[in-house]
Design a protein around this ligand. Structure first.
Ligand code: PMT
Length: 409
């Protein structure tokens, strides 16, 4: 049966096409047509090198939209600024992707309009490499491509064959028709199991300032919370990660909000929580903060051997999330304990009115804080399930699946 979806499989999809410098750029004019005839709305960005190979006028005529060329063009920025353009895109395709643009994307550079939009975008994204076969084989290019693959970026092609420079080998851009069909296939993939689910996760430590140079904190590295965010995003959930100060990169596709203190985390969590189906509190939040933060560095005095700091209680973030009366998410806590693990975890499940709690025995070496591995027992009102010692990535996938199962009950 012929349906509109068959005829126009990209209808309603906004495709941002980035064209970088290379002889294959002339084929991108046909690619615009192929995407448009499948129903897509197409906007094009040319790198400065690309505009040596193809004119913006051609691409403007074919796409029906102005072509972006410069980050520093006030007229273009006023019409649709680079951040707006990055948000507009449902999918970004860079075709052809030269060795140079691949290197710049890999290293997070933002030195032209295209790379800036890519850095600012949260949309899925693919590149179609096109370059001389030796440049493609070069270890630098191969290592850049491997890095992009590890970030879930799709690599379309290249094909092998005769090249414009006379060489023969890998490095030809895929044909426009093939590329357009790969974009269609991307949107037609069966939805991932957590598609449509929104999950907010807190991770890492908080820092409570004592004075301008000192703070109270703990050993949380953020690894467990980041692994949960990564696993949920890979399963298709829309993930917001509210993160204390950590040395970790944001998992692909995850929306990260950076905070420092418990009060910052409280604000961010209470704003995000009602917009999510599930809230997971994996952060090690400081229970207390300074009653008053000193405006100047506290001085050591010659006459006293003791220093007393007066602390006050921080808000209990997860208890407040769980107490929401409107749009309350399914609320999951962690309990990091060094003794009476089960009893204390069950107390927290009750007192914070949580749906689930992950009891984490942090007295055992090699698990819990700042380790690669972890083990938890998940308690619910009619549930007790142990997940034995394993690396945090694997554990996170099992935990997310268990949490979602319980949420759906
Ligand atoms: O970050 P890693 O190095 O990977 O380590 C992971 C971890 C050990 C930090 C993690 O697995 C873990 O156990 N996190 C919870 C740590 C903790 O502080 O637990 P708690 O028992 O103090 O708190 C209980 C629950 O209340 C937690 O969900 C916590 O996020 C939440 N809480 C606590 C205090 C507070 N003021 N607000 C909160 O929301």
């Amino acid at each position: 049966m012929t349906t509109a979806a068959n005829l126009l499989p990209l209808q309603g999809k906004n495709i941002l096409l980035g064209i970088s410098g290379g002889i294959a750029a002339y084929k991108s004019a046909d690619l615009v047509r192929r995407l448009k005839e499948r129903g897509a709305e197409v906007r094009v960005i040319l790198t400065p090198a690309a505009s040596e190979f193809i004119t913006p006028l051609t691409l403007q005529a074919l796409s029906g939209n102005p072509v972006g060329q410069s980050l520093l063009d006030p007229a273009a920025e006023a019409a649709m600024g680079h951040i707006e353009l990055a948000r507009w895109a449902d999918f970004i395709l860079v075709a052809p992707a030269s060795a140079d643009v691949i290197a710049r994307i890999t290293h997070g550079m933002a030195n032209d309009l295209l790379t800036t939009c890519i850095l600012a975008a949260n949309a899925p994204f693919a590149i179609a490499p096109a370059m001389n076969q030796q440049m493609y084989k070069n270890i630098a290019t191969q290592s850049n491509l491997a890095t992009l693959i590890s970030r879930n970026i799709h690599i379309y092609g290249p094909a092998a064959g005769e090249q414009a420079c006379g060489d023969v080998g890998m490095g030809r851009m895929l044909e426009p028709l093939q590329l357009a069909e790969l974009v269609v296939a991307f949107f037609q993939q069966s939805p991932k199991p957590l598609t449509g689910l929104k999950i907010a996760i807190t991770a890492g430590p908080t820092r409570e300032a004592i004075d301008p140079v000192r703070y109270i904190s703990n050993h949380s590295s953020g690894k467990m919370g980041y692994a949960l965010a990564d696993a949920a995003a890979k399963l298709g959930a829309e993930v917001t990660l509210i993160s204390g100060p950590v040395q970790l990169t944001t998992p692909a596709g995850v929306n990260r909000i950076d905070v420092v203190s418990a009060q910052d985390m409280y604000q961010a969590a209470l704003t995000a929580a009602p917009e999510h189906n599930i809230f997971i509190g994996c952060a090690a939040v400081a229970d207390y903060r300074m009653a008053e933060v000193s405006g100047q560095k506290l001085k050591k005095t010659a006459d006293k051997n003791e220093l007393t700091l007066q602390l006050v209680k921080n808000p209990d973030i997860i208890a407040q999330v769980s107490a929401l009366t409107e749009k309350r998410p399914f609320t999951v806590g962690f309990a990091a304990e060094t003794e009476n693990v089960q009893a204390y975890a069950l107390q927290k499940l009750q007192s914070k009115k949580l749906d689930l709690i992950c009891a984490n025995d942090v007295s055992v070496a090699g698990q819990g804080f700042n380790s690669e591995q972890n083990a938890v027992t998940v308690f619910g009102h009619n549930l007790q399930q142990s997940l034995t010692l394993q690396d945090k990535t694997t554990l996170a996938t099992a935990l997310i699946q268990l949490i979602v199962e319980q949420y759906k009950k």
